[in-house]
Write a protein that binds this ligand. Structure first.
Ligand SMILES: C[S@@+](CC[C@H](N)C(=O)[O-])C[C@H]1O[C@@H](n2cnc3c(N)ncnc32)[C@H](O)[C@@H]1O
Length: 198
């Protein structure tokens, strides 16, 4: 799967150092133009075991930024009900646990990623589901905060997922927090330039 694409064929890869290029390509392949939801989930299932090595803290800290934002809004309320949307292997859940949060659930469609997230022991409920397809099984107005790190983009959560997020977040004092590399948002034609903030 990796080694197929040259640096110039991958937007955003120009400044990537050689030793990071294979990891960059694995991540890029999951966001490539035209990728379907099913193909994206399959990619993550195949590469789940290497995910934390590929996106190690020297390369990726989207989940730290998301956790900081949760603290900005819920610094005084460590029992706030949080859904980690597109939880992957649980980087964000672990980061929130470190900061004292105790009431965290995970939603993640790639079963291999979710299995690794479950092993971290930080999530109360785990949902293996796609956000943005049919309605997920979570009732209306459930969460104080939905937190997403790196889970929007081509083949990932799309604009149409926003309506479902609004349905399950509490209407009063609820927040949806998105921490996402803007290059992945801008790669996708349907996607979310509207969310990209300079
Ligand atoms: C780059 S990973 C980020 C994982 C984790 N949030 C982190 O910060 O490490 C993107 C994750 O989004 C998930 N994902 C993709 N499409 C999704 C969808 N429609 N609904 C929910 N999660 C999705 C993928 O399976 C993958 O685990």
């Amino acid at each position: 799967m990796t080694g197929e694409l040259s640096r110039s064929a991958m937007p955003g890869a120009t400044g990537v150092v050689d030793e990071d290029l294979e990891a960059y390509e694995t991540n890029y392949q999951t966001h490539r133009t035209g990728i379907s939801t099913e193909e994206c989930i399959q990619c993550y299932n195949k590469t789940a075991k290497k995910y934390e090595e590929n996106l190690n803290p020297s390369r990726y800290r989207g989940y730290v930024i998301a956790a900081e934002a949760v603290e900005t809004f819920y610094g005084q309320d460590k029992s706030a009900r949080v859904l980690d949307v597109g939880a992957g292997t649980g980087f964000l859940g672990k980061e929130l646990e470190k900061r004292g949060y105790t009431n965290i659930d995970a939603l993640e469609p790639a079963s291999e990623m979710l299995r690794l997230a479950a092993e971290k022991g930080v999530y109360r409920s785990l949902y293996c589901d796609v956000l943005g397809g049919s309605e997920v099984t979570i009732p209306d107005d459930t969460y104080d905060v939905l937190a997403l790190s790196g889970s929007m983009g081509e083949g990932h959560i799309q604009c149409k997922g926003l309506a479902e997020m609004v349905r399950i977040v509490k209407p009063v004092r609820g927040n949806i927090i998105v921490s996402n590399g803007d290059c992945f948002l801008l790669l996708s034609p349907d996607q979310i330039p509207i969310l990209v903030d300079d």
